[in-house]
Design a protein around this ligand. Structure first.
Ligand code: ZN
Length: 478
């Protein structure tokens, strides 16, 4: 068997239509995004996956700084006693916290939590740093890892340890803190749409689904190809809950001591899971150019023929100069093997350079999102590639939007919600606001309240028939 025959691509990935969960696992492992870590529930993010994360970080970090935030780094270990200071917070996180009880061969006098999130330690430090209205607002973000002990895990979607960013801000007034909460939710939305090509639904969450310790949580929900929802980011208005728990007070202009108002907001490596499941297809990954590790791959056809490799190398240099992330696949695998490999790994544009086309001054550009190809003049190659990358970025968003919008339906009762989510839809339904009705929907349909719709378009609660306070997006969720 020659080297070129040792893989059968069609068999490599499970069928996306009939076995979506298996397809997902196959894709994350076989495209070398991740591997399983030796400790159950942990993942190794491999270079191809980490490159996506780095691009996500770069884009988000730019936006955080443009909105006035600074980065800092807080310790991984947090005294356990901090968690007991905010009652809802400790209740929400207690089951997931990993605790260090021994170090240096001795039992510690106080057990230490490995951060599951950092509101408490930020609160502790902010109480020292904030004294006067002049110290406000404080706008800090950290890029870090967190640990939440999970029973069932899946790479990127739910793992014991993951990477994220967490913004923690403190403000003099309620309005300012709320404005910050909404501003960052909108930063996430814009990023998701323009960099990940994922249309998201943003809105407030129910009491049941909100962050433990928040006054209000706002989320952004993305539809995956199986019709399930993935919470892709959250922004929390924390009111004075953490300010009171950690005694974060300031002397205001009027001479009075007041508690600050705080917010927190985060997105994580879950976003990579969202990318995979929002865009992937039967052949594997489909990556939007803004975050793809390689935006283009050059595949030489009949590489030994005169001039082909030289033309490829020249093109690569020109593209790099223009800022395109490009790979020249000069391995001795066959062109067909390379086509399959880079299609599976989701590279947005493939550039085919062959001797006959070269003679005619042409190259072939294949676009991964539509799996179509066309001839382009070699002389104009850099500009053509750049234009095509921009087109793909926009078209992927548009395709995802059309797909999603065709799968949002309305329902008037629980049966309607069940039927809707069973056939892979987001279902909008009225809700009276009571916990019992929310629980009943989850029991009967396995769908949860994702976010409130911006407008209430339903008169009655789908469960009890009383007046609807909100129209809610219900979906099965990751
Ligand atoms: Zn009800």
């Amino acid at each position: 068997m020659s080297k070129n025959d040792n893989r059968n691509f069609v068999e490599q990935i499970a069928d996306i239509e009939t076995d979506f969960p298996r397809w997902y696992t196959d894709v994350v492992i076989k495209t070398q995004l991740v591997d399983y870590g030796p400790v159950k529930g942990t993942m190794v993010i491999r270079p191809y996956g980490y490159a996506i994360w780095e691009n996500i970080q770069k884009e988000l970090d730019k936006r955080f700084k443009a909105t006035g935030h600074q980065n800092a780094y807080f310790p991984l270990l947090i005294p356990m006693s901090f968690f007991t200071k905010e009652a809802e917070h400790v209740e929400g996180f207690a089951p997931e916290v990993a605790v260090v009880t021994h170090a240096g061969g001795e039992e510690l006098t106080e057990p230490l939590a490995i951060r599951p999130t950092s509101e408490t330690i930020f609160g502790n430090m902010y109480s020292k740093w904030i004294q006067s209205y002049r110290d406000l607002p404080v706008l800090i973000n950290q890029w870090a890892n967190v640990m939440r002990w999970e029973k069932t895990t899946r790479p990127f979607l739910r793992t014991s340890e993951f990477l994220w960013q967490e913004g923690h801000t403190a403000h003099a007034t309620e309005d300012e803190a709320m404005e910050e909460t909404m501003k960052m939710l909108d930063v996430y939305r814009e990023f998701a749409e323009n960099c990940l090509s994922i249309p998201v639904i943003t809105g407030r969450k129910t009491e049941k689904e909100k962050f433990a310790g928040a006054v209000a949580t706002f989320g952004m929900e993305a539809m995956m190809k199986d019709g399930k929802s993935l919470q892709a980011g959250t922004s929390h208005f924390l009111g004075q809950n953490f300010a009171k728990a950690f005694n974060i007070k300031f002397l205001d202009k009027d001479g009075a001591q007041k508690y600050v108002y705080t917010s927190s907001w985060g997105v994580s490596t879950r976003l990579i899971g969202a990318l995979i499941m929002a865009h992937g297809d039967a052949r594997g990954l489909v990556l939007p150019p803004a975050v793809a590790p390689y935006q283009a791959v050059i595949v030489p056809i009949a590489a030994k023929k005169g001039g082909v490799m030289e033309a490829c190398a020249q093109l690569k240099a020109k593209l790099e100069e223009a800022g395109v992330r490009v790979l020249l696949d000069d391995t001795d695998n066959s062109p067909g093997w390379k086509f399959n490999e880079w299609e599976m790994r989701g590279v947005p544009v493939r550039i085919e350079v062959g001797p006959r086309d070269l003679e005619e001054g042409k190259i072939v550009l294949f676009r991964r999102d539509t799996c179509t190809k066309d001839f382009y003049p070699l002389a104009n190659a850099v500009q053509e590639v750049e234009t095509l990358l921009g087109t793909i970025q926009k078209d992927m968003l548009e395709a995802a939007r059309v797909r999603r919008d065709s799968r949002i339906i309305d329902a008037d009762d629980v049966d309607g919600i069940l039927k809707g989510v069973e056939s892979g839809n987001f279902v909008k339904a009225g809700w009276c606001g009571c916990r019992e009705c929310e629980d009943k929907i989850k029991e009967r349909t396995a769908a949860t309240a994702r976010v409130f719709a911006p407008e209430n378009t339903h008169e009655k609660c789908a469960v009890c028939g009383k007046k609807a306070l909100h129209t809610v997006f219900f979906a099965r969720a990751y």
